[in-house]
Ligand binder design. Structure first.
Ligand code: HEC
Ligand code: HEC
Length: 401
C-alpha cells in the first residue's frame, strides 16, 4: 500500500520527462500570448511594448524570429536577452505583477531551454514576420513609466503643497473621517506612488482628459470639498492638462509616429516659497486673470525670465500668489534654483498681464501676451520665503515700457 501511494505521488508531481518544445509552447507560451491579463512589461511601459509582441503563430516561427532579433542565446539559453527583459523589475515590485513575471519567466525559460536542444527548431530560417514592438522606438520611450513620471512631477507634483493638507495620508486624518479613505490619493514625498494611486482611483479620464476628476475638482467645475484651487486657463490648468492629455494619448495608443509626440518644453517651473502681492488694481479689473512674470535684470540691463505667478484679482483689488521659478532644462545657471527653490536677492522686473478682454477665459489654451500687458515695474532687495510678508508691488506704479 505505501509503495503504491509513493508511486502515485511520483506520477502526479514529476514533470513529463521529455515534453517537446512545441508542446511547452502550446501549454505555457500560447496562454500568455492570448491572456487578457496585463503582462509584467506594463509595470514600466504604459504602452508600445508587450510580451505578446514576441510570440508568433507557432514555436518554430517564434524561435526563429526571436533568434534573428538577437533575443535568444543558443549557447547559453539562460542568458537570452528576452529573459533579461522579463526579469526587469522596479525597486518596488507590484505583488500581482511579480507573480505574473515569475510565471512568464519560468514558461519562457523552459521553452527556450528545450528549443535550443531541438535540431529541427534550430534549422528553421528566420521568418518574414518579426517580433517586438510595432511602434517606433521614440514612441516606446515616450510611453515609459519613468518618462511619464517625470512629466507628472514637472506638471502636477510641482504644486503638491496646494493639495497635500487634505489629500496626503500623512496629514488628512480629519478629512478621511468625514469623507472616507478615497480622499487619500497622495503619498507624502512619493510622486510615483501618488501617480499610481491617481490611476488606480480612476481620477484620470483617458477618453476625455479635460473631464478628469483630478482637474474638475480643483477647478471646482464639479463641487469640491477643497473649493477652487486654480483658475481655468491659468498656468496650473495648462500644466495639469498637458500631463493629462499626454497620458491619455499614451495609454490609448494614439501616438504612432515620433512627429505626433508633444515637444519637451525647454523650461519648466519649480515652486519657490516666495510670495508676490500686487495691490491697488483698478476696480474694473476685479476678478480678472493676471500673470506676473518676474525677470532677473543684470548689470548690463539684460533681462531673463526667472519666475512667474498667476491667478485672479481678488475682492480687495489685490492679488497674491506663490511664484514659480522658471528653469531651463539644460542651463547650469539654473541648477541653484532647482535645489534651493528660491530666487536669490537681486534686481528684478515684474511684467504684469491682465486678461482684460477675457481672451483666456474664453479659450483656456490662449496665453496672455503683449496685448494684455498692463505694465512693468523694477524692484530689488531681500525677498524671504513665506506667505507673510510677501514682496509687495503697487499696480499704480506699473509703467509702460
Ligand atoms: C523595471 C522596468 C522595466 C520593465 C519591467 C520592462 N522594461 Fe523595457 N525598458 C525599461 C527601460 C528603463 C528601458 C530603456 C533603457 C534601457 O533599454 O535600458 C526599456 C527599454 C525597452 C525596449 C527598447 C526600447 C528602446 O528604448 O530602445 C524594449 C523593446 C523593451 N524595453 C521591452 C520590454 C518588454 C517586452 C518587457 C516585458 C517583458 C519590458 N520591457 C519590461 C524598463 C523596463
Ligand atoms: C482644504 C482641503 C482640500 C484641499 C487643499 C484640496 N482638496 Fe480636493 N477634496 C477635498 C475634500 C474634502 C474632498 C472630498 C469631497 C469631494 O469629493 O469634493 C476632495 C476631493 C477631491 C477629489 C476627488 C477624490 C475622489 O476620489 O473622490 C480630487 C480629485 C481632488 N479633491 C483634487 C484636489 C487637488 C488636485 C487639489 C490641489 C490642487 C485639492 N484637491 C486640494 C478637500 C481638499
Amino acid at each position: 500500500m505505501p509503495v503504491t501511494w509513493f508511486a502515485l505521488c511520483l506520477l502526479i508531481t514529476a514533470e513529463p520527462i521529455a515534453e517537446s518544445p512545441a508542446d511547452i509552447f502550446t501549454r505555457r507560451i500560447v496562454p500568455i500570448a492570448q491572456s487578457q491579463r496585463a503582462s509584467s512589461c506594463t509595470e514600466c511601459h504604459f504602452g508600445g511594448v508587450d510580451l505578446r509582441q514576441y510570440v508568433l503563430a507557432d514555436a518554430a516561427q517564434t524561435f526563429a524570429a526571436l533568434r534573428s532579433a538577437g533575443l535568444i542565446n543558443v549557447e547559453r539559453p539562460a542568458d537570452s536577452k528576452l529573459l533579461t527583459f522579463i526579469q526587469r523589475k522596479p525597486a518596488q515590485e507590484n505583488p500581482a505583477l511579480a507573480k505574473v513575471r515569475a510565471e512568464e519567466y519560468a514558461a519562457f525559460r523552459s521553452w527556450i531551454e528545450a528549443a535550443v536542444r531541438d535540431p529541427a527548431i534550430l534549422a528553421v530560417a528566420a521568418p518574414q514576420q518579426s517580433v517586438g514592438p510595432a511602434l517606433p522606438v521614440e514612441v516606446v520611450r515616450h510611453a515609459r513609466h519613468d518618462r511619464v513620471l517625470q512629466s507628472f512631477i514637472e506638471n502636477i507634483w510641482v504644486e503638491v503643497e496646494r493639495c497635500e493638507n487634505c489629500h496626503s495620508a500623512a496629514k488628512n486624518k480629519a478629512q478621511v473621517k468625514k469623507h472616507g479613505e478615497q480622499i487619500s490619493w497622495m503619498q507624502a514625498g512619493d510622486p510615483a506612488a501618488t501617480l499610481a494611486t491617481i490611476i488606480d482611483h480612476d481620477l484620470i479620464n483617458v477618453d476625455d482628459p479635460d473631464k478628469s476628476l483630478l482637474l474638475l475638482k480643483p477647478l471646482a467645475i464639479v463641487e469640491h470639498g477643497g473649493h477652487i484651487k486654480f483658475p481655468v486657463g491659468g498656468r496650473t490648468d495648462k500644466q495639469y492638462r498637458r500631463f493629462l492629455h499626454d497620458y491619455a494619448a499614451i495609454v490609448k495608443g494614439r501616438y504612432q509616429t515620433p512627429a505626433e509626440l508633444p515637444p519637451t518644453p525647454a523650461e519648466f517651473t519649480i515652486a519657490t516659497g516666495q510670495h508676490l502681492r500686487i495691490v491697488d488694481f483698478p476696480k474694473a479689473l476685479r476678478g480678472r486673470l493676471i500673470r506676473a512674470d518676474v525677470y532677473a535684470v543684470d548689470d548690463a540691463g539684460n533681462e531673463r525670465l526667472a519666475a512667474t505667478g498667476d491667478g485672479r484679482i481678488g475682492d480687495k483689488d489685490q492679488w497674491q500668489n506663490l511664484v514659480f521659478a522658471v528653469v531651463r532644462r539644460d542651463a547650469d545657471a539654473d541648477r541653484a534654483a532647482r535645489t534651493k527653490r528660491q530666487l536669490p536677492a537681486g534686481s528684478y522686473r515684474a511684467k504684469v498681464y491682465v486678461d482684460r478682454d477675457e481672451r483666456v477665459e474664453k479659450n483656456r489654451d490662449a496665453v496672455l501676451d503683449e496685448r494684455e500687458l498692463l505694465g512693468r515695474v523694477d524692484f530689488s532687495g531681500a525677498w524671504p520665503p513665506g506667505y507673510s510678508p510677501p514682496k509687495i508691488l503697487n499696480a499704480a506704479a506699473l509703467g509702460k515700457p
